[in-house]
Design a protein around this ligand. Structure first.
Ligand code: 13P
Length: 287
């Protein structure tokens, strides 16, 4: 069932588990995530970045593909189709395209402008039945070969954004996208506790789910994190399985690679990664 992410995340916060957001890039990834969620009876969030949306020819294509695929595969678990790190314009496009959830990443605007734009988008998203995620404190990551460590969110700014009626909040707590550097000091649980104290029952979102040690994931969930985003780990396992298939020289027929066979090991690798994360996040059987 394609639904907004609000109810599933409120339930997760209450039940002290987290729902995984897995980013999708093509048909194979989408199919792997949906089939695994159904098999494990877990709610799930399909994340679509602006870049991935463009790659798949636009958000309308993504929305149509996901809806049709869910029908053809008889997916019964709750699924949210969510814009990841959306720009202001991107949010409008996804609302129009039939997404059920959006993230407005206004973290790079001055806080007043972030508040203004978030307020406007909350109103429109809620009128259309979508959930909305906002971000305070930018999440670091690699840019031009330099790994930025990410800002820590200011709890007062988190409260100001939370009070706008958003459904869940991504607060920077030293987490970053992509692989963590050797000298990464770990998640700032002190910041997480202060954010939680400021925003109360609002479900919190942990970006940069790849490479965070299991004990930190569990502690973050115990402190109010109800949604965890994973992208890089699926990319890595997909690439490794595809490389292995090619290096094994499986195109012996001389007819070239059959794309369905070529992408199958990568798709299976994503299923395994998604399964492992759902088990770690505790969302299995919660659909
Ligand atoms: P990773 O790529 O580090 O898993 O982070 C994904 C993410 O946070 C998407 O918003």
């Amino acid at each position: 069932m394609l639904v907004s992410a609000k109810e599933m995340l409120d339930k997760a916060r209450e039940g002290k588990y987290a729902v995984g957001q897995f980013n999708i890039n093509n048909l194979e990834w989408t199919k792997s995530v949906l089939l695994t969620a159904e098999e494990l009876k877990s709610p799930v969030i399909l994340g679509v970045s602006e870049g991935a949306g463009k790659y798949m020819t636009g958000f309308k294509t993504v929305s149509a593909m996901v809806k049709a695929m869910m029908e053809e595969l008889n997916i019964t678990v709750p699924v949210a189709l969510h814009l990841d790190h959306g720009s202001y314009e991107g949010c409008y496009k996804c609302i129009k395209a039939g997404f059920t959830s959006i993230m407005f990443d206004g973290s790079h605007y001055p806080i007043e402008e972030n508040i203004e734009k978030t307020k406007e988008l909350v109103k429109i998203a809620h009128n259309m039945g979508l959930s909305l995620e906002a971000e305070v404190g930018s999440i670091g990551g690699e840019e031009d070969g330099v790994v930025g460590l990410g800002e820590c969110a200011d709890p007062n700014e988190c409260k100001a954004i939370a009070d706008l009626g958003i459904d869940f909040l991504a607060a920077g707590i030293g987490n970053i996208h992509g692989k963590y550097p050797e000298n990464w000091p770990g998640l700032r649980f002190d910041v997480l506790e202060n954010v939680k104290a400021a925003v109360g029952d609002m479900p919190l979102v942990l970006h940069g789910g790849t490479g965070i040690p299991e004990d930190m994931i569990k502690k973050a969930i115990s402190l109010g994190v109800a949604k965890i985003n994973v992208n890089t780990e699926c990319q890595l396992t997909f690439a490794a399985a595809t490389r292995e298939y090619i290096e094994a020289g499986k195109d012996k027929s001389g007819k070239g690679f059959d794309p369905r066979k070529l992408l199958a090991p990568g798709a299976d690798a994503i299923k395994a990664t998604v399964k492992e994360k759902m088990e770690l996040f505790g969302s299995v059987g919660k659909a």
